[in-house]
Write a protein that binds this ligand. Structure first.
Ligand SMILES: Cc1cc2nc3c(=O)[nH]c(=O)nc-3n(C[C@H](O)[C@H](O)[C@H](O)COP(=O)(O)OP(=O)(O)OC[C@H]3O[C@@H](n4cnc5c(N)ncnc54)[C@H](O)[C@@H]3O)c2cc1C
Length: 412
């Protein structure tokens, strides 16, 4: 066969698949097919410094032109892959062209959920997934006074904190009884809520959107409790789903919950792999071992690395501790591991001083997850503790006099 490696997607998973394939000795041709008109860039900045700053978009590029030349990659920017024929081993692009492959890696990421309410299509109602979204939002907020953010997840809260600090009136509507309910412990959620209140963000819990009003542009949000909030800009941050259409066209098991892969990032269809936000995978760090779909740079990078090794014929398995970070109101939140229902929470450090962690311990005192505020060194240690399933009694965790690095920790 002559098709070589074709990678669809233009972000962390795609970049690291290609880098890893070459590092592991893959010598065939490599083609990157990406819908966006640019090479992979730093996506997390879009809801952080980029939004309120004046950063030139070109500065977000993850790799310079030299990387793509040195790795002998043919880049097809602004190209959408529409359909895969797994028998002929071809990918059809928008416009009709077909690209041959021997091995195809789907790194298609996820896409934001839309609000299913009247007015959701008005100008000024935005989602934030890519650089074009961020550039449009940056223009909108430059002249805005009132901003309503729907959803108190990571993206919504990062944007809320950044805009409120710049003096805009920011209201966050969250349907659940607390912010980031799916991922954060109540202790951290309460702490972050207070910091948002301090910079002027108004968070309204247990409230969603009934309708968006305006003629050409959005002018107001009508909340489900009947309150009408003026809005020059509305950011919808209510989560994302996988992009399963391409995988489905190839007969790969997939849904909005993700593209099913094994630990080597293979799908069930010969010659087709997947990596990053789009995958649904077993994960020993997840409650009940998964399957789970993760949306994080860590997952996209590490799965990309495994996919690249598999493409090169080198045995490799994905077995990384999930970790994540978020910058909000000048605080660094870092999470290692995944919180499990029923785990015990132990606070280490001083919330009043703005530096602390919440350790999650299972019934055997095993550290299953650690959420840290402004404790980067503890976060790095936490990744190891979770990876190795270390046991630490709760009173030891809570004792600030104990240096956890110096403990003779009990490994499984
Ligand atoms: C605003 C924002 C802030 C974030 N902040 C953080 C953070 O602080 N920390 C963290 O760990 N994670 C963060 N994330 C999540 C992180 O960016 C993602 O987990 C990561 O980008 C996933 O990488 P990926 O390569 O799997 O997919 P994506 O980054 O989603 O990229 C998928 C790419 O595939 C392209 N594509 C899709 N379908 C096709 C097709 N059919 N044909 C061609 N191209 C296609 C898309 O256009 C896109 O370029 C953030 C995400 C966003 C949007």
């Amino acid at each position: 066969m002559t098709g070589g490696l074709v990678v669809v997607g233009g972000s962390y998973a795609a970049l690291h698949t290609i880098a890893s394939a070459r590092e592991h000795g893959y010598r065939g041709s490599v083609t990157l097919v990406t819908r966006e008109p640019r090479l992979p860039y730093d996506r997390p900045s879009l809801s952080k410094s980029f939004l309120t700053g004046t950063t030139d978009p070109a500065r977000l590029a993850m790799r310079g032109d030299r990387f793509w030349t040195q790795h002998r990659v043919t880049t097809r920017l602004g190209s959408t892959a529409l359909d895969v024929d797994p028998h002929a081993r071809t990918v059809q692009l928008r416009g009709g062209e077909r690209v041959d492959y021997d091995q195809l890696v789907l790194c298609t990421g996820s896409r934001p959920r839309r609000l299913p309410v009247p007015g959701a299509d008005l100008a000024g109602v935005r989602t934030l997934r890519d650089l074009d979204d961020a550039l449009a939002l940056r223009v909108d907020v430059a002249t805005a006074r009132d901003v309503v953010i729907v959803g108190a997840g990571f993206i919504g809260l990062e944007v809320a904190g950044a805009l409120a600090s710049r003096g805009l009136t920011v209201t966050v509507l969250e349907a659940a009884p607390r912010i980031m309910g799916r991922v954060l412990t109540p202790t951290i959620a309460a702490y972050l809520s207070d910091r948002h209140a301090e910079v002027g963000v108004r968070i309204r819990l247990g409230v969603s959107v009934a309708a968006l009003e305006g003629r050409d542009r959005v002018r107001a949000v009508v909340a489900t409790d009947g309150v009408r909030l003026p809005a020059d800009v509305v950011l919808v941050g209510i989560g994302a789903t996988a992009e399963p259409a391409l995988a489905e066209s190839a007969g790969v098991a997939s849904s909005a919950a993700g593209v099913v892969v094994d630990a080597a990032m293979r799908t069930g269809v010969p010659g087709i792999l997947a990596a990053g936000d789009c995958t649904l995978h077993a994960n020993r760090f997840a409650p009940a071992g998964g399957p789970i779909r993760l949306e994080s740079v860590q997952n996209a990078v590490d799965q990309g690395r495994v996919a690249g090794a598999t493409v090169a014929g080198v045995e490799s398995r994905y077995d990384s501790v999930p970790w994540f970070w978020s910058d909000q109101c000048g605080l660094k939140l870092q999470m290692a591991g995944l919180r499990r229902p029923g785990s015990r929470e132990v606070v280490r450090g001083d919330p009043a001083g703005g530096r602390f962690s919440v350790f999650h311990l299972d019934d055997d005192d095993r550290v299953t997850a650690v959420d840290s505020i402004n404790r980067p060194a503890e976060h790095m240690l936490a990744r190891r503790l979770v990876a190795e399933g270390v046991r630490i009694p709760a009173d030891v965790v809570a004792d600030p006099a104990v240096d956890l690095r110096a403990l003779n920790l009990t490994l499984t």
